[in-house]
Design a protein around this ligand. Structure first.
Ligand code: XUL
Length: 539
């Protein structure tokens, strides 16, 4: 049994990467898109429609239906699931699943004759799951921060100030709005621990990587923080799974998967983690000094950190790394859906969008967009709005450049707290295949940018974590450097080098962008003067 399976339960799809560790080969990668294959669940881009733009929930039963579809597809594609030694996974972070007291028995006795979604339905104490795109809990953030001595105190304790999408604030809102359902909730899982529980047929722990995204875990002790639990909701401790290291073997795979899909009864289930901690492994960031930018539904900027460094301004987070270290992360909500919205507004294909990037100049002649199509996490914007400065909405090419320059400029400005001056960026996620976007990334950040062969870094990282943990459990521990070798390495020839002249333009552009942001969000002065200065510097 030399195969390892990594799954990624993300916002818009469920993906699998099958690895052959001995052959150092990715045997298959495959995805089930929720909107395409599971439209009956009524989600759009993986989210249930809601009149309030700050509310974002999904249907946990859709994720289970996707798991059945995906495993069936893998078998049909000729993968012998009986050869899988261990499986682990990655989940969209912060999202939560609410189970009642029947869940334990239901998980234990799943019948291979009925689909997972139908069997788990009676185990839900709340039919929907708030996910990371939800920003409806500002009041709960304020209440929790006030209860424990302010935002900085929360950040020192948990690695992040209180954030709207973090599970603790979401649980508090649930308790306040639906106390009866909260009372009937016996277990609250993250997406990661929920999916692991179904695979193992019993409640799985929450790993330290994903647990750090809840505002409930003491980031240094890696235990639930009593003050935060108390600030969130009554009786919460008894409803949470235990916390565990990311390399914990939860147990053998449930008989459901053995009988239905031909897994070996010996196949081990390794604790799942968040998509960002998994991606850290999937791009081989097992040491500090390099940065990864993942261009997915969310755009994330992250790297490994030996010690927790806190963002006092609330621009980012400290999570656990699957290696046992820490990772720093900044999450930008306006990622791929926003790029797509701008592209679609001008009726362009992705090729035409890239042409537009190539036809326009770095700095866009001082034309700036702040593309908050959705509420934004960093900087915090609760009311979605697209701002344009000197930018004509009818100018398609300039708008295409403006959205990418805005995303890259925002990353450069809001990552200063990390204190990393990196000369190398690893790019992953769907949009990292677009070299015109990567050129802007290289120039704004003045760094070499590399691509990866497997764009699905979260699923790949999950598969590598499965291998690492299973080998360790059997007494044959392999060092991380060896685990990731040949799998999580950038493609050397893909290097995109910064262009000196463009780097100079962007150094000035960042000041202009900062002035526009201050004007739109913090009542700063009109950025017209900043624009003039920028144009003058450009000559
Ligand atoms: C990270 C975050 C997102 C989700 C997306 O804090 O909210 O990156 O994990 O899947």
């Amino acid at each position: 049994m030399s195969l390892y399976l990594g799954l990624d339960s993300s916002t818009q799809s469920l993906s699998a990467v099958v690895l052959d560790l001995e052959a150092r080969e990715v045997v298959l990668d495959h995805s089930i898109g929720f909107d395409e294959r599971l439209a009956d669940f009524g989600c759009k881009n993986g989210v249930l429609p809601n009149a309030d733009p700050t509310v974002a929930h999904s249907d946990p039963l859709m994720w289970l239906a996707a798991l059945d579809l995906l495993l069936d597809d893998l078998r049909q594609k000729g993968i012998d699931l009986g050869q899988v030694a261990a499986v682990s996974g990655s989940g969209q972070q912060h999202g939560s699943v609410y189970l009642n007291a029947k869940a334990t028995a239901i998980l234990k006795s799943l019948s291979p004759r009925r689909p997972l979604a139908r069997q788990l339905k009676p185990a839900l104490s709340r039919p929907t799951s708030p996910i990371w795109m939800d920003s409806s809990t500002r009041a709960q953030c304020d209440e929790m921060e006030a209860a424990v001595g302010g935002g900085l105190a929360v950040a020192e304790l948990t690695g992040s100030r209180c954030f709207e999408r973090f599970t603790g604030t979401q649980i508090r809102k649930f308790w306040q709005a639906e106390p009866r359902r909260y009372e009937r909730t016996a277990r609250i899982h993250l997406v990661s621990s929920f999916m692991a529980s179904v695979l193992a047929g019993k409640h799985a722990p929450i790993d330290h990587g994903d647990g750090a995204g809840m505002n409930l875990m003491d980031i240094r002790k890696r235990e639930w923080a009593p003050a935060m639990l108390k600030a969130a909701a009554p009786g919460l401790k008894s409803k949470l799974p235990r916390l565990a290291r990311s390399d914990t073997v939860v147990g053998r795979i449930s008989p459901y998967f053995v009988q239905k899909y031909g897994f070996s009864p010996k196949c081990q289930v390794v604790a799942w983690s968040g998509d960002n901690p998994c991606s850290l492994i999937g791009v081989g960031l097992i040491r500090s000094g390099r940065i990864c930018i993942s261009l997915g539904t969310s755009d994330t900027y992250f790297g490994l950190m030996p010690e927790p460094r806190i963002s006092a301004e609330g621009e980012g987070h400290v999570f656990g790394s699957p290696t046992g270290d820490y990772m720093s992360l900044i999450c930008f909500l306006n990622g791929s859906l926003t790029r797509e919205r701008i592209k679609d507004a001008y009726g362009l294909s992705w090729d035409r969008f890239s042409d537009a990037l190539r036809q326009t100049k770095p700095g866009n002649g001082g034309r700036v967009m702040l593309p908050y199509v959705f509420p934004e996490i960093v900087p915090n914007v609760l009311k979605p709005q697209v701002y344009r400065y000197g930018l004509d909405e009818g100018d398609a090419a300039a708008n295409c450049r403006a959205v990418i320059e805005a995303q890259m400029a925002s990353m450069a400005i809001h990552s200063k707290w990390m204190g990393v001056k990196t000369r190398t960026i690893y790019a992953t996620g769907g949009a990292s295949a677009n070299r015109a976007i990567l050129e802007i990334m290289a120039n704004v950040h003045n760094a070499d940018v590399y691509q990866f062969e497997v764009g699905k870094s979260a699923a790949l990282g999950a598969g590598l974590r499965a291998a690492h943990a299973a080998l360790k459990a059997s007494g044959r521990e392999m060092p991380w450097a060896e685990v990731v070798k040949g799998f999580a390495e950038p493609v050397k020839e893909s290097r995109v080098r910064p262009d000196k002249a463009a780097v100079k333009v962007y150094r000035e552009f960042l000041k202009l962008y900062g002035a526009c942001e201050a004007h739109a969000l913090r009542g700063g002065k009109d950025p017209a003067a900043a624009r003039e200065r920028f144009l003058k510097k450009l000559g």
